[in-house]
Design a protein around this ligand. Structure first.
Ligand code: KG4
Ligand code: ZN
Length: 340
């Protein structure tokens, strides 16, 4: 039974996990840096890198102890090799290299986006091919996942990622970081029809996204109001979330049509990345898939946001296909999953 240790440190979570071939997560540890970044309303790269260094060794030790395993029981060591904040990526890559070198284990460097992309195979045993909506703080794209390492890009954002738009909306409203969960919570008591926000690219063909116009419209509405009370904020959150949902629904409808043409038999939509934790967006996407006779798979919120299990699992998938990385692998700030 293959077992892989995974290390994730590309943004504001230091996360470690051990998974096995039977799709069991043996143990995991996650340390979020929200408290450190909250005063700044966003992730500060230098603070993030230092926070990763301070806890990574302890989290690895705790994960091993909870799993009651020794390093000799592991088959490979995987870590996020990029893309992400380079200081954090360096911490994870160096930690993985050190463990792999001391214990003479294979090293596997994972593209963070591939970690998100393959999580549905860990949680739901989804088989290839499937359509993937990847929506996180740094990325917003639609891909056909044909196999491990085989991704076909259908569309991506031309400006902001959707999670980024959630975070910026929250910041403008003075809501706590990270913004996505704050916006979703307040939206629950808001009236989505009060502010007429745009649906960027609506009516245009294709699967690209754009969120900067939506973000600017939110800013202008906020400025026009001057001071905002709690109801104003809730209504703005609801309006923003409704606009985001309409955009996702339209773009995914296009993607389903495109993929049914180019890849007959494809009938599963997987949603991954932090924004997939949003229950309202999930319900809207559920309706689209049902309309097309498709299946929707969304991992649990804890496995949608950054975590160690997704990196360990992607490492395991690569390991069993014979993939190995060299110790001269250099951490990558940029690393597209698919060309386009
Ligand atoms: O995948 P992730 O943990 O980190 C990146 O790789 O970016 O995604 C984080 C993003 C943040 O922008 C956060 O605000 C957003 O996911 N997010 C949400 C929710 N939970 C997290 N956005 C909307 N609704 C949520 N419930
Ligand atoms: Zn992520």
């Amino acid at each position: 039974m293959l077992r892989v240790l995974g290390i994730e440190s590309s943004c504001d979570e230091t996360a470690i996990a051990i998974v096995d071939e039977a799709r069991t997560i043996h143990a995991e540890r996650i340390r979020s840096q929200w408290e450190e970044h909250r005063p700044y309303g966003g992730v500060v790269p230098e603070i993030a890198a230092r926070a990763h260094i301070e806890c990574v060794d302890r989290l690895v030790a705790e994960t091993m102890e909870e799993a009651a395993l020794s390093f000799s029981d592991l088959d490979a060591i995987a870590a996020t090799g990029g893309p992400g904040l380079i200081g954090g990526v360096i911490v994870g890559v160096m930690t993985a290299k050190a463990i792999a070198s001391v214990h003479k284990k294979p090293l596997i460097m994972i593209n963070h986006l591939e970690g998100h992309a393959l999580t549905a195979r860990l949680t739901d045993d989804v088989s290839f091919p499937y359509l993937l909506l990847l929506v996180s703080g740094g990325h917003c794209q639609i891909l056909i996942v044909e196999g491990v390492g085989s991704y076909r890009l259908l569309g991506k954002t031309r400006d902001d990622a959707l999670g980024e738009a959630f975070d910026k909306t929250a910041k403008m409203l003075g809501l706590p970081y990270p913004g996505g969960p704050s916006v979703e919570r307040l939206a629950g008591s808001g009236d989505s029809s009060r502010f007429p926000l745009p649906r960027p690219l609506a009516g245009k063909p294709g699967c690209d996204f754009s969120f900067s116009g939506l973000k600017n419209a939110v800013r202008m509405e906020i400025e026009a109001l001057g001071t905002l009370n709690e109801q104003d904020k809730a209504d703005m959150c609801a309006a923003f979330q409704a606009a985001a949902a309409d955009v996702l629904e339209e773009r995914i409808t296009h993607a389903i049509a495109l993929s049914m043409q180019s890849c007959p038999g494809l009938s599963t939509l997987v949603v991954a990345g932090g924004v997939a934790a949003n229950q309202m967006l999930k319900m809207r996407l559920q309706a689209v898939t049902i309309r097309h006779g498709w299946k929707l798979v969304v991992p649990s919120p804890a496995l949608c946001t950054d975590n160690g299990a997704m990196i360990a699992w992607a490492g395991l998938e690569r390991f069993r296909l014979g993939h190995r990385d060299n110790f001269d692998f250099e951490p990558r700030a940029r690393w597209p999953l698919a060309a386009g």
